[in-house]
Design a binder for this molecule. Structure first.
Ligand SMILES: O=C(O)c1ccccc1NCC(=O)[C@H](O)[C@H](O)COP(=O)(O)O
Length: 217
């Protein structure tokens, strides 16, 4: 995987423009109604058109059924689908085959044992997103919680497919995260916000700059 910076949960033209102008490689749009970052099909269509040709467009879905995925694919025409629920290898393979888009499967990490599930996605998913496991609370979101996991778990890891590091990253810690894990790809949502769902253009720019500098070091 090339060196990649992804800004996830963009929901307005201005903050999307900030991400594109800062040089984000991937931009993410959330299609999950319980999320403060959820975009309607109409907004998603417009944002996706704005990003087309400037960044790879990712649509994030959580345990979505085929009709929900179909309408997202038709409206947003994503370059990649991010599956952030309990989709197992068979479901990931089925979605990839049916919708003809590359897929990134999110895996929640809290301890070393959580990494053992990765191998099952080799040859099935195109990428994995290693994210912090969500808190065990009834209303917790499956992702976008601003929580980190212990990055030392990734030292020496052979994930057998390209991985992107996520969870609690921000302009102030992405340098250390890249240095420690050697990750070639990073993803952020809460760390470039002023409050859940409200992105900050200055933080977006600072994050992209810090990640690029760390990749180059
Ligand atoms: O961002 C959300 O609201 C969201 C909702 C449901 C599932 C996943 C969600 N976000 C996942 C992401 O891609 C985030 O970028 C990733 O979990 C990291 O989030 P953060 O720790 O807030 O940077």
């Amino acid at each position: 995987m090339d060196k990649l910076v992804k800004i996830c949960g963009l929901s307005t033209p201005d903050t999307l423009d900030a991400a594109l102008s800062a040089g984000a490689d991937w931009v993410g749009f959330v299609r999950f109604p319980k999320s403060p970052r959820h975009v309607s099909l109409e907004t998603g269509r417009d944002l996706s058109a704005q990003a087309k040709g400037r960044a790879l467009r990712v649509v994030l879905l959580v345990d979505a059924d085929d009709s929900f995925i179909q309408e997202a694919v038709e409206a947003l025409d994503p370059d990649l689908l991010q599956l952030h629920g309990h989709e197992g290898p068979e479901r990931v393979a089925a979605i990839r085959a049916r919708f003809g888009r590359p897929v990134m499967k999110a895996i929640g990490i809290a301890e070393a044992a959580d990494l053992s599930g990765l191998a099952a996605y080799a040859g099935v998913a195109d990428h994995v997103l290693l994210d912090a496991k969500p808190p065990r609370m009834p209303d917790a979101l499956p992702g976008g919680n601003g929580l980190s996991f212990d990055w030392r778990l990734l030292v020496g890891l052979d994930p057998r497919l390209p991985f992107m590091l996520s969870g609690g990253l921000g302009p102030g810690n992405v340098t250390e995260a890249i240095k420690l894990t050697g990750s070639k790809a990073v993803d952020v949502s809460s760390g470039v916000e002023v409050k859940p769902g409200v992105k900050d253009p200055d933080k977006i720019e600072a994050f992209v700059k810090a990640a690029r500098a760390a990749f180059a070091a």
